[in-house]
Design a protein around this ligand. Structure first.
Ligand SMILES: [Zn+2]
Length: 189
């Protein structure tokens, strides 16, 4: 994620399920391209640290939301890419529709031959409890991820590798949409 430029400065966070009741997640702060063991903490599925004194990042609640709603998910990745940030500001509706791209088939859970998929875009907020409420109790089933407007993308999968493959596919598609808008001009948005 760092190599692709998706976690600039202290942005983004990375988590993996430990068991049915806890996850490992990057702590608040820390540059994600330079992680050591000290940068990762364990929290329960409500985002409470297992070791008192550990300080989870505010967005830990969004990761926990995914693990609670989707028991098959083993990893959640969140980055602050230029494509997700810019495109979600240009497209004003509640979703970005991706159509006609071969790469749509890359999504782990996208089994159909339909080459149109709608990526939910939720309004960004600094209030994570409100954000979880706005996203709703049921995460999208048709695509393993969503976008926070002007902020970045979340993607998940059964394993860290699966989650990364899904994030790569999503970021590739968002980058294609952004490049298309650049070539066509912003009026196309
Ligand atoms: Zn973020």
């Amino acid at each position: 994620m760092d190599r692709f430029g998706w976690v600039p400065s202290f942005g983004g966070n990375i988590s993996a399920r430990l068991d049915g009741r806890s996850i490992a997640i990057t702590r608040s702060g820390g540059r994600k391209g330079f992680l050591g063991r000290d940068n990762i903490i364990a929290v329960d599925l409500e985002g409470r640290p297992l070791n008192a004194g550990d300080r989870p990042s505010a967005e830990t609640l969004l990761h926990c939301h995914v693990y609670r709603d989707l028991p098959e998910v083993g990893a959640v990745l969140h980055g602050h890419s230029v494509a997700a940030t810019v495109l979600s500001r240009l497209v004003t509706g509640p979703a970005i529709t991706l159509a006609g791209y071969e790469m749509i088939k890359a999504f782990e859970i996208h089994h159909t031959h339909d080459v149109r998929v709608s990526v939910p875009v939720f309004e960004n907020s600094q209030d994570m409890e409100r954000l979880v409420h706005d996203i709703g109790p049921e995460l999208p089933r048709h695509i393993p991820g969503y976008i926070l407007r002007g902020h970045g993308a979340y993607a998940w999968g059964r394993t860290v590798d699966n989650a990364m493959a899904n994030l790569e596919a999503l970021e590739f598609l968002l980058q294609c949409e952004l490049e298309t808008l650049k070539v066509r001009g912003l009026s196309a948005a």
